[in-house]
Design a protein around this ligand. Structure first.
Ligand SMILES: Cc1ncc(COP(=O)(O)O)c(C=O)c1O
Length: 276
């Protein structure tokens, strides 16, 4: 299973649980953490079965453009054994001004072998209500339902009704929500870019920043991002997730799903830690 890195932490473990082998496709700031068609082509073997795409991405906030998706689709067309799982969880949290598109929106030919995954956790602030949904080949969905119903039981009826209301109800609050995330994004990225040793690219959506702290680690003589994040947690009381958890050591992930006031304080503390 091909997984572009940095990836949402759970993907490799989900793959291992299914007795398959996760294969990371490393990316960095130079492509805004997006895989290229050449990289995808080089990574596919006769054993490849699935490519995982996540746009907007957790942890980078990057979004694949329609043209970038079309170029990946062209590679995938030539490899019919490779299915695609598109995790569209952050579909509504974007500020690129472009309409949302996943790979099947761009290339309908891939529809029979694509699983579209989504949920109400992010756009409707319903994390913990445990409602996700998937669309794809009826045989695969039936098999997923069989495993799900025997392992985690059912999502509670209250969550189900609330999710229906969230999905079918008015969506006008989304704009206000996205504006708030954009304001926080601009503030956090601006603050991080001014910190010595930190390299931070702007994001297109979601609510994360994924700056490189390689310069900071070199300066402090720390070669493990877990140690760095522990020190920042203990000394500055700011919780960052080490990039190695997402398959990209040397970076850290910062969530701005919190208030501007908390973020200002966090940036003050982080700056104090780095200036010391
Ligand atoms: C990319 C991505 N996919 C899926 C999920 C799953 O969310 P939930 O378990 O709340 O449905 C998350 C949550 O962090 C995520 O970031």
């Amino acid at each position: 299973v091909l997984i572009p890195a940095p990836y949402w932490v759970s993907y490799p473990d989900i793959v291992l649980l299914a007795d398959a082998s996760p294969v990371a496709l490393p990316t960095d700031l130079s492509t805004r953490f997006k895989i290229t068609p050449q990289q995808l082509e080089a990574a596919i073997t006769p054993n490849s079965r699935l490519l995982v795409l996540n746009s907007p991405s957790n942890p980078t906030g990057s979004i694949y453009t329609r043209a970038e998706l079309a170029a990946l689709a062209e590679v995938l067309i030539a490899h019919p054994q490779v299915w695609i799982a598109t995790d569209d969880m952050y579909e509504h949290i974007r500020w690129t001004g472009e309409d949302y598109a996943n790979i099947v929106n761009v290339c309908a030919e891939l529809k029979p072998r694509t699983l579209v995954l989504n949920g109400v956790s992010k756009a409707y602030a319903m994390t913990g209500w445990r409602i996700g949904y998937a669309a794809g080949d009826a045989r695969v969905i039936a098999a997923m339902a069989k495993v799900q119903s025997q392992s985690t039981s059912n999502p509670c009826s209250i969550s189900q009704v609330a999710a229906i209301a969230a999905l079918n109800g008015k969506q006008d609050f989304l704009q206000q929500m996205v504006e708030a995330f954009k304001e926080r994004h601009d503030y956090v990225v601006g603050a991080l870019q001014q910190m010595p040793g930190v390299e931070c690219a702007p994001a297109d959506g979601a609510f994360y920043s994924f700056p490189s702290f390689v310069g900071v680690m070199e300066r402090l003589g720390i070669d493990d991002d877990v140690v760095l994040c522990e020190q920042i947690l203990e000394q500055a009381q700011v919780a960052l997730v080490p990039g190695s958890a997402f398959g990209s050591p040397g970076y850290v992930r910062l969530s701005y799903a919190t208030s501007m006031e908390t973020l200002r304080e966090a940036m003050r503390r982080l700056k104090r830690f780095l200036d010391a």
